[in-house]
Write a protein that binds this ligand. Structure first.
Ligand SMILES: [Zn+2]
Ligand SMILES: [Zn+2]
Length: 351
């Protein structure tokens, strides 16, 4: 089969090549025929060499949907022919952390697919602990609709959930990229009354506003965000802040625009250490929650999609075939105006 492989020893670090079909190696495995997959910023991090734990020669990709074509003997919830969306995290479901819902910290898993073990930017993929890692799609939910459930939609939900949103709350979301937009959808679903989208990219702000994901949009290059948020909140600040951008400036903004006693939920991944200026924020009594997504709500998110309460359709902005995936990487790296998510479609490849 064709697969996109990470090879740190070649220029560009990725190559489309021929690989063996995956096989069941553990009774809890399933093999999935990939119908759609995507490229995630984390894939770019591997490509650029920022992820030391990534194995050389691994097939990249961890966000996908597909059809189950084989199951191991101990797989209970899935059968051949099931349509599924995948969780970006591999988790055993039985360890100390899994039992508490902290699947990101599973002692036997975590971010494995497309990093430690072969991922989904291929025709087929082996999924360990398939009963946990795959969510069956009900009739009425298409592959396309469910594509982002296990990664960016889960991340957006994770960020919104961290903020303990109360009905009517003002929630500010810093970063209006794919995860930020998902966080806005989820914050609204969880009861936020007003959503403020913040980004330096006008096109992304326009997308947030035109799709009614945000009530107000602000660009820090054009206004003072702290003042704007205060104007909207009788000088208090936002009840919850979800930081999805990941720079030193946006981190500072996140706690500055939060009202006293707010929760700042940090979903973003930073590329450097940042300082928490405790004297400056003393008395503001903030709660910070941070981290890598615990993607534990996949079934719930699929149902919300089915009930049309959440839709991620607007995030798909470009499409490529698997045979063109290197072009897709190039485009995704350059991030032209309006590019949110690139979808890789499975097609029979003739070379
Ligand atoms: Zn990802
Ligand atoms: Zn576990």
């Amino acid at each position: 089969m064709k697969a996109l492989v990470y090879d740190k020893n070649i220029e560009g670090s990725i190559k489309l090549c021929e690989r063996e079909m995956p096989e069941i190696t553990d009774p809890k495995d399933a093999i999935v025929k990939v119908t759609l997959s995507t490229i995630c910023t984390s894939d770019l991090h591997i490509k650029k060499g920022f992820v030391p734990r990534a194995n050389n020669n691994v097939i990249l990709g961890h966000e996908f949907v597909g059809e189950v074509v084989a199951v191991g003997e101990e797989v209970k919830k899935l059968s051949v022919g099931d349509r599924v969306s995948a969780n970006c995290e591999t988790f055993c479901g039985e360890c100390y952390f899994c039992k508490r819902g902290f699947i990101n910290n599973c002692i036997k898993g975590g971010w494995e697919l497309g990093c430690r073990i072969d991922g989904c930017q291929a025709e087929y993929v082996r999924v360990p602990y398939a009963d946990n890692g795959l969510t069956k799609l009900p009739d009425g939910v298409s592959y396309e609709e469910a594509l982002f459930v296990g990664d960016i939609l889960s991340s957006g939900y994770f960020g919104a959930e961290m903020c303990d949103i109360q009905k009517g709350d003002v929630v500010a979301v810093i970063g209006s990229g794919p995860v930020g937009l998902c966080a806005m959808m989820c914050a609204k679903y969880l009861g936020a009354g007003t959503i403020i989208a913040i980004d330096i990219d006008e096109t992304r702000l326009k997308i947030a506003r035109e799709n009614r994901l945000a009530d107000y949009v602000f660009n820090p290059c054009r206004c003072n965000i702290e003042e704007e948020v205060k104007k909207l909140t009788e000088n208090r600040g936002a009840d919850g802040v979800i930081e999805c951008a990941g720079t030193g400036e946006t981190f500072e903004m996140s706690w500055k625009i939060a009202r006293p006693n707010a929760v700042v939920g940090v979903v973003a991944m930073y590329e450097e250490n940042l300082t928490l200026p405790l004297p400056e924020m003393y008395g503001k009594n903030l709660t910070f929650k941070t981290g890598g997504v615990d993607a534990v709500h996949c079934e719930k998110l699929v149902n919300l999609i089915k009930e049309k309460k959440i839709s991620t359709d607007i995030l798909i902005t470009q499409r490529f075939k698997l045979s063109e995936i290197q072009e897709a990487y190039k485009l995704f790296e350059q991030k032209p105006d309006g590019c949110l998510k690139v979808v890789i479609e499975k097609t029979t490849i003739t070379t």
